[in-house]
Design a protein around this ligand. Sequence first.
Ligand code: FA5
Length: 337
Amino acid sequence: MDDYKPIREDYLHEIAAASSLDLLYAVKVRYMGKKGLISEMNKNLAKLPPEEKPIAGAEIGKLRNEFTELYEGKEKKLKERELSEKLLSERLDVTLPGLALPIGSAHILSRTASEIADFFASMGYSVASGPEVELDYYNFEALNMPYGHPARDMQDTFYVSDSEVMRTHTSPVQIRTMLIHKPPIRIIAPGKVYRSDYDVTHSPMFHQVEGLYIDENISMGDLKGTLERFVKALFGSDVPVRFRASYFPFTEPSMEVDMGCSICGTKGCRVCKNTGWLEIGGCGMVAPEVFEAVKIDYDQYSGFAFGMGVERIAMLKYGIDDIRLFFENHVKFLNQF
Ligand code: FA5
């Protein structure tokens, strides 16, 4: 038994001296590991006389239990110490001001499109949609612009194939709607359209809102009244609106709607090309050729259609003098609205 005394003392000493979990673990391995001192002592039991073996075996067992207990006690203490050191070093000052997370908002064009849609919803219009890659048939032919018609040149077109285009306007949604629904029809169709155009008031991708109202006895008076009311609702009752005779193959008669330029207060600027007016859309009474294409009896029904540029309306509403600003996505610009 006396042989074990120095081992025990060494162990006590080494456990007391272990200043970290790593060092403590190394002590454990040295004494209680597979090739440690306790294993060695167990092997040496074989060399003892038979009567001493059980006594020495029991002593070694006691020693192992004591070593384990001491190890566990020290391990607990070291773990607690490491935890409190960590807590101290990683201390957070919860009174410091937090990082400001920027909050997003709807793009100015989405907001303008919603305002337009809200107005027409209040007038009983529902929302229709169509594809942006459109068949030539719906984009041109059914709108009374057969292949080779000069009016196709009014809209510089991106062709996808011989029979498909990036839609140049939202008017094909008129055709798709009239082919499916019978009058009365009252829809708007907001969406993206594409043309090979690029300057301060023209963008290659822009947004239009189409409108279509078909019923019995619909007149030019209904059309003018609706659009005038729309402009006054969005811009206030003082804003001047004018209708100019124009030409679209799918309406007869046709007009263009102009608003007083709010950028220069109708004095003339680069946006309104010094005219004091800016065109916001085209409109007219649905042409007989279109009614024929969608098989609606134009002796019974009549109707009007319009198509407005959302960017133009947003430019006028918010005093923006270059259409390209909408798409450059400078946060400083967008945050102003
Ligand atoms: C049309 O696109 C017709 N489909 C409108 C229409 C519908 C007429 C129904 C009759 C009946 P227009 O090409 O004029 O017409 O375009 C309509 C509006 O879109 C213009 O008044 C303008 O506000 C806007 N617009 C046209 N080209 C661009 C462009 N490149 N960038 C931004 N806005 C544009």
